[in-house]
Design a protein around this ligand. Structure first.
Ligand SMILES: NC(=O)c1ccc[n+]([C@@H]2O[C@H](COP(=O)([O-])OP(=O)(O)OC[C@H]3O[C@@H](n4cnc5c(N)ncnc54)[C@H](O)[C@@H]3O)[C@@H](O)[C@H]2O)c1
Length: 413
């Protein structure tokens, strides 16, 4: 029987409730929540009620995270707090010997990311970004297809976060995230998109992000929603669409889109393209030379031309589903189509075995840095901005790969 992992949950908002629902389903995997913390006592009360409804023993409760991270009752902490507080809490948790699971978001400065890196290096304790999308079924299948060489040599990728969240500008619905969009202009939420792409491109393990440029469109979506709700005219700094182009050391380019204020269906806008094949999320298809349909046709003048057709992605699951999903699809549990349960188990297994997590401090720093660097680029008229090498040169060497069932570097059965 696996050793029990005792977790502390810091930040008890909407995300914490989803995580707790998934963790409740994961109790048979020996994962317990033994401590909770929020600066707002009403949130503690709400979470205690959930524990009572589920007939679970009440966790130790704190309003100051510095007390929770000192507690022997927890082996690790999950940090679904608001964006500006993640990194400081993670840094202090590691200094107290606790693995830190950081919820997604972008950094405010490169400086706070260096603090995080130095905390992990000096304490030998790890942190992991809880980037659930890295465990998405199609993202993992794309990783599998790439590692099997079916896309050939990678050339270009796209990703993004395109989600109509304009309702947060309404009078009665204002949240911390809205303040970021009001005051800032940049890619504020890069990691759902860039996480899987960075893993596929081996960023920090033989490759790295070198530089970026970002450009923002004008912003109208939030302003219109605020007006409709009776707030009057409110001018947001955020552009409706922020487009970032990243150049990688091995020559690939990545286009990243952030758009949260215009009406549209949700998309992470994924595309992975190499010399032999391509996956485009929004087409729900892949094209792979030698596998997908390709044939000659004649145009009206009788000249031949070649037609390439998409293969629907669900036709590939049988043969190319990632091993994690081959097993997991029998018993999908938890939030976000199962991705939450997978990322939480990956984190808890690293805690249990005191090993490096599949998304480490260098990944976390490189991905979160894109937010503040995109802001800088936009502020300077789309100027190219260098992206720091948080590994201090270790990306060049073959760093030991994180292997094992949860690996996002290799595909391990
Ligand atoms: N991975 C995903 O799919 C996913 C989905 C939704 C949200 N998130 C992330 O989860 C995080 C939380 O989102 P949310 O919607 O629950 O936000 P929220 O604002 O509803 O909740 C945040 C909570 O943290 C508390 N808090 C803030 N600073 C604190 C501190 N220093 N100490 C203790 N508590 C503190 C607040 O009082 C609040 O209750 C964000 O980073 C968000 O990006 C991730």
């Amino acid at each position: 029987m696996a050793e029990t992992v005792n977790l502390g949950m810091i930040g008890l908002g909407a995300r914490a409730e989803t995580l707790l629902a998934t963790l409740y389903e994961l109790r048979q995997k020996n994962i317990e929540v033994t401590a909770i913390c929020d600066t707002n006592p009403a949130r503690i009360q709400r979470i205690n009620e959930i524990f009572e409804e589920r007939k679970l023993p009440l966790p130790a409760a704190y309003t100051d995270y510095r007390e929770l991270i000192k507690s022997d009752a927890v082996d690790a902490v999950l940090i679904p707090t608001s964006w500006n507080s993640h990194l400081k809490i993670a840094e202090e948790a590691m200094a107290n010997g606790k693995y830190a699971g950081i919820e997604v978001g972008g950094a405010s400065s490169v400086d706070e990311l260096w603090h995080l890196v130095h905390a992990a290096e000096s304490t030998g304790v790890s942190c992991m970004m809880l980037e659930n999308v890295c465990y998405g079924r199609n993202e993992l299948m794309a990783l599998n297809l790439v590692r099997k060489g079916l896309f050939g040599e990678l050339i270009h990728c796209c990703c993004g976060y395109e989600h109509d969240l304009s309702e947060m500008a309404r009078l009665d619905n204002r949240r911390e995230r809205e303040m970021h969009n009001y005051k800032r202009c940049g890619d504020l939420y890069p990691t759902h998109g860039i996480g899987p792409i960075a893993k596929i491109l081996r960023i920090n393990r033989g490759n790295r992000f070198v530089s970026l440029t970002s450009t923002a469109s004008k912003g109208r979506g939030f302003m219109l929603e605020a007006e409709r709700s009776g707030r009057g005219q409110v001018f947001y700094n955020q552009g409706d669409i922020v487009t970032t182009v990243i150049k990688c050391a091995n020559g690939e380019t990545i286009t990243m889109t952030h758009g949260v204020s215009l009406p549209r269906p949700y998309s992470r806008d994924c595309r992975v393209q190499g010399t032999l094949g391509i996956w485009v999320e929004d087409t729900k298809g892949v094209y792979i030379e030698g596998i997908s349909p390709k044939y000659e046709k004649l145009d009206v003048a009788g000249n031949p031309y070649t037609v390439h057709e998409w293969t629907p992605i669900d036709e590939l699951y049988e043969k190319y589903d990632h091993p994690i999903w081959k097993k997991f699809r029998q018993e999908i549990i938890g939030g976000h189509g199962g991705m939450d349960a997978l990322v939480l188990q990956a984190f808890c297994d690293a805690v249990r075995t005191r090993t490096a997590p599949p998304i480490d401090v260098y990944d976390c720093a490189a991905w979160m840095a894109l937010t503040c660097l995109s802001e800088q680029s936009i502020a300077c008229g789309s100027m190219p901005i260098p992206i720091p090498d948080f590994t201090n040169g270790k990306w060049i060497e073959e760093r030991p790969l994180c292997t094992g069932v949860w690996s996002l570097d290799e595909v391990c059965d």
